[in-house]
Design a binder for this molecule. Structure first.
Ligand SMILES: NC(=O)c1ccc[n+]([C@@H]2O[C@H](COP(=O)([O-])OP(=O)(O)OC[C@H]3O[C@@H](n4cnc5c(N)ncnc54)[C@H](OP(=O)(O)O)[C@@H]3O)[C@@H](O)[C@H]2O)c1
Length: 334
C-alpha cells in the first residue's frame, strides 16, 4: 500500500480513537493521563497534613474520606462542628488514622480576623501544613435583576475573600519550608458564564484570576503547587445551600442529582491531580466537558450554545422548575 495512504489511515485512526476517548472522558486529557500513568495519591499523599475547608458536606466531606484512605493526616474545617465530628468519626472507623491524626478545627471563612489564630492552632497541632484545599463555598440561584447587591457582596466575601484570607495565612508557612500545595475548588463557571449564577460565577472568576497570578508570582518556589479545580455539576448540597435573590432566603428547590457526577469520582480525580502537580483541573461529565474546550478554543461557538441553553435555563427557573435537571430528567408523572 502506498505510504501516503497508510499515513492517512494512521492519522484517521488516531483522531477516531481520540474522539471516542473524548466522548467517554470526564476530565481534561492532562488529568486523565495522570490517572493512567501518574503517581498514585495513596503513595504521594500518605502521611501529609491536609487542611480541607468545607469538610462538613459534599465534596469536602468526600475529600476527607478519600484522604483518610490515603493515610493523610487531616484538619477538617467548616462552621458546623457536629457535622465535622461525624466526618471525623467515619474517617477513624474505616482508615488506619488515629484520633490525633485528625483535627476538627471549626472555622467560618467570613470571620477573617480568626484565620491567623486558626492557622497557628493547625501548625501547633501537626507542626506543619502540606496541603491547603480551599473548598468551602456557596453557590447562587437567582436572576441578576432580582438579586440584592448584598448577595453579591456575601458571595465575594465568602468564596473569594474568605479563601484569599486563609491562603495568605498558610502560604508564608509553606514558603518558609519551600514546599506545599494550595488547591482551590473553583468551578466550570470560574471559566465560563452561566445564567442564575452571576455573582457565584464572578466570585469563581476572581479566584481564577487571583490564583493564576499568584502562581506566576511564586515561580522562584518550584515545589509550591498552586492548583485550581474546575468541576462541573457534582452531587452535593450545593443547590440546597445556594444564595437566592435575598440574603437569608433559602433556595426553594431540592433538585434531582442523578445527572450529576458522583462525588467520589470528582474527588478521586482531584486527588490524582494534586498527587501529580496538575495546575488546573477540568472535571465534568459530557456534555459539560465539551464546554470547557469550547470556551477555551472556540469561544464564539461557546457563546452561541450558552445563549441557547441559557435561555432554556432561565425559562425553567421562571416557571418554577429545577433549572438544571429539566435538561436531563423527564418530568415526573403522577
Ligand atoms: N457541587 C457542585 O456541583 C460544584 C461544582 C463546581 C464547584 N463546586 C464548589 O465545590 C465546593 C464545595 O461545594 P459542595 O458542592 O460540596 O457544596 P456543599 O455540600 O454545600 O458544601 C459546602 C461546604 O462549604 C462550607 N461552608 C459554607 N459556608 C461556609 C463558611 N461561611 N465558612 C466555612 N465553611 C463554609 C459548608 O459547611 P458549613 O455549612 O458547615 O460551614 C460545606 O461544608 C464549593 O466551593 C463549590 O463552589 C461545587
Amino acid at each position: 500500500m502506498d505510504i501516503c495512504v497508510t499515513l492517512l489511515i494512521g492519522i484517521a485512526v488516531y483522531f477516531i480513537v481520540q474522539f471516542v476517548r473524548f466522548i467517554f472522558a470526564d476530565a481534561d486529557f492532562s488529568l486523565l493521563w495522570s490517572t493512567l500513568s501518574g503517581s498514585k495519591p495513596e503513595i504521594k499523599l500518605k502521611g501529609l497534613v491536609v487542611w480541607v475547608t468545607g469538610a462538613s458536606s459534599g465534596i469536602g466531606e468526600e475529600l476527607a474520606y478519600q484522604l483518610a484512605g490515603c493515610g493523610s493526616r487531616l484538619i477538617l474545617s467548616a462552621r458546623r462542628v457536629d457535622e465535622l465530628n461525624r466526618v471525623k468519626r467515619h474517617c477513624l472507623d474505616f482508615s488506619s488514622l488515629q484520633e490525633k491524626d485528625i483535627l476538627v478545627l471549626p472555622l467560618d471563612l467570613l470571620e477573617r480576623k480568626s484565620h491567623e489564630a486558626k492557622t497557628k492552632t493547625a501548625i501547633q497541632h501537626f507542626g506543619n501544613i502540606d496541603i491547603l484545599i480551599n473548598n468551602g463555598g456557596r453557590s447562587q440561584r437567582s436572576l441578576c435583576l432580582e438579586t440584592s447587591v448584598d448577595v453579591y457582596q456575601a458571595l465575594m466575601e465568602l468564596n473569594f475573600l474568605g479563601t484569599v484570607s486563609l491562603t495568605k495565612q498558610v502560604l508564608p508557612h509553606m514558603l518558609q519550608r519551600g514546599s506545599g500545595s494550595v488547591v482551590t475548588v473553583s468551578s466550570l463557571v470560574g471559566l465560563a458564564g452561566a445564567p442564575l449564577a452571576t455573582g457565584y460565577s464572578a466570585s469563581k472568576h476572581a479566584l481564577q484570576g487571583f490564583f493564576n497570578s499568584l502562581r506566576t508570582e511564586l515561580t522562584d518556589y518550584p515545589k509550591i503547587l498552586i492548583s485550581t479545580v474546575c468541576p462541573g455539576p457534582v452531587q452535593s448540597q450545593i443547590v440546597k445551600n445556594a444564595f437566592t435573590e435575598d440574603l437569608g432566603k433559602a433556595s426553594p428547590t431540592a433538585p434531582e442529582q442523578l445527572h450529576k457526577m458522583a462525588t467520589s469520582r470528582c474527588v478521586r480525580l482531584i486527588l490524582v491531580g494534586i498527587a501529580n502537580g496538575v495546575k488546573e483541573m477540568w472535571i465534568a461529565q459530557q456534555p459539560f466537558l465539551l464546554f470547557y474546550y469550547l470556551w477555551q478554543y472556540a469561544p464564539t461557538l461557546a457563546w452561541y450554545i450558552t445563549d441557547v441553553l441559557g435561555r432554556k435555563r432561565v425559562q425553567n427557573f421562571k416557571a418554577g422548575l429545577d433549572a438544571d435537571a429539566a435538561y436531563f430528567t423527564k418530568p415526573k408523572t403522577s
